[in-house]
Design a protein around this ligand. Sequence first.
Ligand SMILES: Nc1ncnc2c1ncn2[C@@H]1O[C@H](COP(=O)(O)OP(=O)(O)OP(=O)(O)O)[C@@H](O)[C@H]1O
Ligand SMILES: [Mg+2]
Length: 426
Amino acid sequence: MAGALPTRPDACGIDFGTSNSTAGCGSDSEPGRAVLLNLEDGKPTIPSVVFFHAEDRHISYGRAALADYLAGDEGRLMRSLKSLLGTSLIDEQTEVAGQALPFRALLAQFIGELKRRAEHAAGREFTRAVLGRPVFFVDGDAAADRQAENTLAEIARAVGLKEIAFQYEPIAAAFAYEAQVTREELVLVVDIGGGTSDFALVRLAPEGVRKADRREDILASGGVHIGGTDFDKYLSLGSVMPLLGLGSQLKNGLQMPSAQYFNLATWHTINFAYTKQAWSQISELYREAQEKEKLARLQKLVAERAGHWLAMQVEEAKIALSGTPQTELNLGRIDPGEVLVLHRADFDAAIGELTDTVARAVTGLLRDAGVLPAQVDTVFFTGGSSSVPLLRERVAALLPQARRAEGDLFGSIGSGLAIDALRKFG
Ligand SMILES: Nc1ncnc2c1ncn2[C@@H]1O[C@H](COP(=O)(O)OP(=O)(O)OP(=O)(O)O)[C@@H](O)[C@H]1O
Ligand SMILES: [Mg+2]
């Protein structure tokens, strides 16, 4: 590429995602270009998942971690680790194989593994990195947001990255998209991932990649703490947890307490339903329930440590509903033969308010930037949850004249961070 930026071999971009992670760096064969590195089974993505094996204490990651858990190995599965950043839980610990494990150490395990795998794939060590971050780790609390970034920076240093910079994830996505623009465009990037929805309004051009300073091209950025894990949670609470007793009544006519249902419907709190205290509460509720068959399902789910299994069933059903109006969710593991039919309309109803909030955030971003919808040339969708039809249509309808473009839904942030690493550390 003419005027290409020099490649610094020790810099990479790392997209630590709520659901999936990627890493990229400068290409060896084409200086100035960025490539994603294969992190698991020849694939550039690795699910952000850790499984601690109880027996021999070894740790598996990514798809292998999910497979070990589903195969019934004894141990503890952790997903949605990034959701801990910006919450008070990050300073707490969890119990793994009878030992206390600080959540910070858990994040460091995963991010350290990400770095090792990236280095293995690239054949060199990385000591500098541009890390992606959502525009807001925490909505409406600047101090907590700074704290979340500081925590991520500390973890990155702890795993051996000596120099780090942060970049907003939607701006990284814009840099990835810029590699394919053929004329100047005003682009609204809409990145809807597992944990957050992030936006950026950016002026892109074919020669942009060669500009060292992009500040004047970034008109606005914003975001809300809503993503695919919330969609899973709302679908679960709306359609699945009622089959396990949520919303039912106790013999005394009172409503069933909901705490354990919320724990089980939220990826990063599923393990909280496995404590002794939670078990005695569930046993008590079983005794007091009017509809014991529903509480029996809840008991079985918790006794079998199948909370993540159920959350995965819900997530799979959600993904299926992006492509089909109806799907089946098999509850056989907690109630043999039981199948729940789910309709797109159920899902749309469950996420209606979340979608409204995302749409309001986009409208607010344009308004604050003083940009009329008609001035936006392109809306660029990325992130796995941008496939949700209701959400995509809702956001696209705000910019009816804009062209719709789509990148690698799971790779554009990592590619853009690698481009930014070349720019910042090159
Ligand atoms: N076809 C699909 N329809 C709906 N949702 C999908 C689809 N494919 C993946 N998802 C959802 O996308 C989310 C993962 O997307 P992605 O990998 O972009 O997130 P992430 O980068 O890990 O999260 P974040 O950027 O918010 O930290 C998950 O919630 C997953 O269920
Ligand atoms: Mg993401």
